[in-house]
Design a binder for this molecule. Structure first.
Ligand code: FEO
Length: 397
């Protein structure tokens, strides 16, 4: 295997997971695979920063062995407990017999609860340092970005930030650096990652970025624990995080997301889209039952308006849109406006239920809902067109 040097004497020793298609259980689809990035730092003392998913332990160990004997490792830095980064720790600690495990107090507790290992553990907090020789490891606690145990490691001599999950993307590639890959795909995956994993922690992320920038930490390279390393323009992803964390949608466009039983709600959705288009606002239409949720959540990060539709079913909304709205509620996204629509046969609760969930999710409803009994008439469709137009004008501002 080729040795991959991030900067002098810092080697990428992770693993590429080409075939993973679902992450975090089934909450995140990873159509482009992923990688688990670990970094080996060679100095008077040797440190390994993070490991890989347990099933890739062999690949990690093989990459390390091409550089040193694992028994020479002095420190294993665990920036994060989650098993995609800690899964190989038990195997590594068997080989790295003199190594200390290093992490936050929450990390110590979490690793014990996962693996029940009897390891020599050094608890660190923000500002603590370990001098390896010519290089220093500086630690920055980053609780809830995105677990309580999360931590960043910084090497000031190389201006290299190892922030674990932050700034990552689920993207498998033979290439390791941002100047080697298609940047549209890279940003698409980085956006999806933020939207699906980090939105709920946006206020914490804003504070942490501010703290890091104000502390005078100079960043030349950001090497996250998933995907591609940012060395061409690391501030590009930092600035994107600031924009996303502030809750500022990139586009004044509208998503129309619906579920339909016999096509009436779908007819309404199509006409609403026509109304949106009529005032020059971009719209996107998604049938929630056949669309990848991870992609739709990514689009919510970038879109100002969200219109949700469902037929009424058993005095409720349909089950796929209900699951989708439940996911949105957990995101606690800000600065979005919404509206609801739907068809019904007799009771017609769907639009009110959707409105209530949007409100609970922090999404302000911009216009009253629109409902249609059974199939939309010509007049109903005209009203749907006007509904889309009126909503798009609110989005345009
Ligand atoms: Fe990539 Fe939170 O694990």
């Amino acid at each position: 295997m080729n040795k991959i040097e991030v900067v002098k004497n810092v080697f990428w020793v992770g693993a590429i997971d080409w075939n993973i298609r679902n992450f975090h259980g089934y909450t995140y689809t990873t159509k482009r695979g992923s990688s688990y990035n670990a970094y080996l730092i060679i100095d008077k003392k040797i440190a390994l920063v993070d490991t890989v998913l347990g099933s890739f332990s062999g690949e990690l160990i093989e990459r390390i062995k091409e550089i040193i004997d694992p028994s020479e490792i002095d420190y294993v830095i665990a920036n994060h407990v989650e098993t995609d980064h800690s899964g190989a720790i038990p195997e590594i600690m068997k080989l790295a017999t003199k190594a200390k495990l290093v992490g936050t107090a929450k990390c110590k507790e979490g690793l014990y609860r996962y693996y029940y290992g009897n390891w020599d553990f050094q608890v660190v907090k923000t500002g603590d340092e370990i001098l390896l020789g010519e290089k220093t490891l500086k630690f920055i606690e980053a609780p809830m970005i995105h677990w309580p145990d999360s931590m960043f490691t910084y090497i000031p001599e190389d201006r290299l930030l190892l922030p674990n999950d932050a700034f990552g993307q689920h993207l498998a590639s033979t290439q390791r650096f941002d100047d080697e890959v298609d940047n549209c795909i890279l940003m698409d995956e980085a956006t999806k990652y933020y939207a699906n994993i980090l939105i709920p922690y946006s206020q914490i992320i804003l504070k942490k970025i501010d703290e890091i920038l104000k502390s005078g930490i100079d960043i030349k390279i950001i090497a996250p624990s998933h995907g591609i390393i940012w060395r061409k323009d690391p501030m590009k992803i930092v600035n994107s995080y600031i924009q996303w964390a502030k809750g500022l949608p990139q586009y004044k466009d509208v998503l129309v997301i619906y579920e339909t039983m016999w096509g009436a709600t779908e007819k309404m959705a199509n006409m609403i889209l026509e109304g949106i288009k009529s005032v020059g606002v971009e719209g996107k239409l998604y049938n929630v039952s056949i669309t990848d949720r991870t992609e739709m959540i990514k689009d919510i990060l970038n879109s100002k308006g969200i219109i949700i539709g469902s037929s009424t079913h058993d005095n409720n909304i349909l089950p796929n849109i209900a699951g989708f709205l439940d996911f949105i509620k957990g995101l606690r996204i800000k600065n979005r406006i919404g509206a609801s629509f739907g068809s019904f046969g007799w009771s017609g609760e769907a639009t009110k239920i959707i409105e209530n969930i949007l409100k609970e999710s922090g999404i302000e409803t911009a216009i009253p809902p629109i409902s249609v009994k059974y199939m939309p008439s010509e007049d109903d469709l005209k009203n749907c067109f006007e509904f889309g137009k009126q909503f798009a004008e609110k989005v345009r501002g």
